[in-house]
Design a protein around this ligand. Structure first.
Ligand code: GLU
Length: 497
């Protein structure tokens, strides 16, 4: 695709809620597009909905974008040549544009009451007609309208949709044509003087020199209104591209039913940020059709909105979890340990100080699970057995049943413990014990499970988990011996009926 050398794109969230995962993808794709072409990525806060906009949402959105590693060249916090970057602070500019549009006849005052509009809607729905304003106030002469405005009669400013059809070339969807009759005379400025989204977005995108509007498909129905407004303002519309909806595995719009929808939920659930970025890339875009695991560098080097698919992308949380696990497996132990730490602290297993002072022990514990966990938050549950009392471990029912079965009369395990105890008491050398145990079993022609299932149950209470000699090393001599003593004795006690 031939692109201007320096596109100017924007991410324009409304601070009326947490950053949606779909919004995060929109931001990521815009950012990558700007970075690829040496353009400008700007952040504009669309806070014209006074009631629902909250500073804490704005803060959370910025924090979420920063967590993703995105940076913006212009924005409310960094300033820029087109400040202010909060829409509510640009009201004067919006009102000047409204006055100009009204003066040239592209917009008109409407005095219809809420009751009349309600009646109109009812009649339209009875006729199964498309709901929309019927243009009654269009015919009021300008001077009459002005007198009524001066007399403080409640009114709204409506856009006067011209006749004909409107076309635009969507970078993703191709040629889009719509009949102007499909668009009613929409409200630009409400009775309370507040401008509406479709109006201000065009004012600000024009003023900020936006060359490409890349956003979610949910805005496709707004685009006709906006294209007509650009024309009325005498401006060439930017190029548009609408990213496909993100769908749940049920094929419906992504919702809480099929997975978390806010970016911060994934951060809090301990997804590696690299996995989040990678997974967002795959929502409607593909690197080469086969490589699934790749980083943002590849996105920047290759992202082309024209390659984004039109079809809704499936947001499959199971696949997301798999990808998160892949990133944890690929990462260094040091970093995984560091990123797991807040979750371990939150679980109450260790304090931040303890993690610091017992760093090598903590890392060894993380190492036993690094290949298995899919998110950082999964670690505490996996290593919980290490923090339980040595003389009162909770046995998983299945683990205990299997252990009892393998134990039989206990002769093999006791003979092994006689061999093991002095070695463990002298200090746990996992590698030496592993080799020694293999040889010990081979000499007796005994099978692994006969030994390991009772031992695992006694040491961890779990049916599965890390290598038993690594577990012994983590527990240390004393705790290993205590657990083995208590555990094996318990497994030989008849089950109370
Ligand atoms: N404020 C709009 C939203 O959050 C932005 C739409 C646009 O990009 O034009 O959905």
């Amino acid at each position: 695709m031939n692109e201007p050398s320096a596109p100017r794109v924007r991410f324009a969230p409304s601070p009326t809620g947490r950053l949606h995962i779909g919004g995060a993808r929109t931001a990521l794709f815009n950012w990558a597009f700007a970075r690829r072409h040496g353009g400008v990525f700007l952040l504009r806060i669309e806070d014209t909905d006074h009631e629902r906009s909250k500073p804490e949402y704005e803060r959370a959105i910025l924090e979420g974008l920063r967590w993703l590693g995105l940076d913006w060249d212009e924005g409310p916090d960094v300033g820029g040549p087109h400040a202010p970057y909060r829409q509510a602070e640009r009201l004067d500019l919006h009102m000047a544009a409204a006055a100009r549009l009204a003066a040239q006849g592209s917009a008109y005052r409407c005095f219809c009451s809420a009751e009349r509009l309600e009646q109109l809607r009812e009649q339209q729905s009875a006729r199964k007609a498309k709901p929309g304003y019927d243009g009654l106030c269009r015919s009021i002469p300008k001077d009459v309208a002005q007198r009524r405005v001066d007399a403080r009669e409640p009114n709204v400013l409506r856009f006067a949709v011209p006749q004909g059809e409107t076309r635009f070339l969507d970078l993703i969807r191709g040629d889009v044509t719509f009949q102007n009759t499909e668009v009613d005379d929409w409200v630009m400025v409400r009775t309370d003087g507040g401008p509406t989204y479709n109006f201000v977005v065009v004012c600000d995108d024009t003023a900020m020199g936006i060359t490409h509007v890349l956003r979610g498909e949910e805005h496709l129905t707004n685009t006709p209104k906006q294209v007509l407004l650009y024309r009325a303002l005498g401006c060439e519309p930017p190029r548009f591209g609408h990213f496909p909806l993100m769908l749940g595995t049920d094929g419906k719009k992504l919702s809480k039913r099929t997975g978390d929808t806010a970016l911060e939920d994934y951060r809090d659930r301990g997804f590696p940020v690299e996995a989040v970025l990678n997974f967002l890339c795959l929502q409607g875009w593909a690197l080469d059709g086969k490589t699934e695991v790749f980083g943002v560098d590849e996105l920047i080097a290759n992202f082309d909105p024209a390659q984004v698919s039109k079809a809704g992308s499936i947001f499959d949380v199971d696949k997301f979890m798999w990808m998160a696990g892949e990133y944890i497996r690929m990462d260094t132990l040091e970093r995984v340990a560091e990123r797991c730490a807040p979750h371990v602290v939150a679980s109450g297993q260790l304090t931040a100080d303890e993690i610091h002072t017992r760093q090598s022990w903590y890392r060894a514990a993380v190492a036993t699970e690094k290949e298995r966990i899919r998110t950082y938050a999964e670690l505490p549950e996996r290593i919980a057995y290490l923090f339980h009392p040595d003389d009162g471990l909770v046995f998983d029912a299945k683990a205990e049943a299997n252990a009892r079965k393998q134990l039989g009369d206990g002769a093999l395990v006791h003979a092994y413990l006689d061999w093991l105890r002095p070695k463990v008491a002298a200090g746990v050398d996992a590698a030496a014990l592993r080799d020694g145990t293999k040889a010990w079993l081979a000499e007796r022609g005994a099978k692994f499970p006969a030994l390991f299932q009772p031992l695992r149950c006694a040491l961890t209470g779990e049916p599965g988990g890390p290598d038993l000699f690594d577990v012994m090393a983590l527990l240390g001599s004393e705790r290993t011996l205590t657990r083995l003593g208590h555990g094996i004795a318990r497994l030989q006690t008849p089950v109370a009926t």
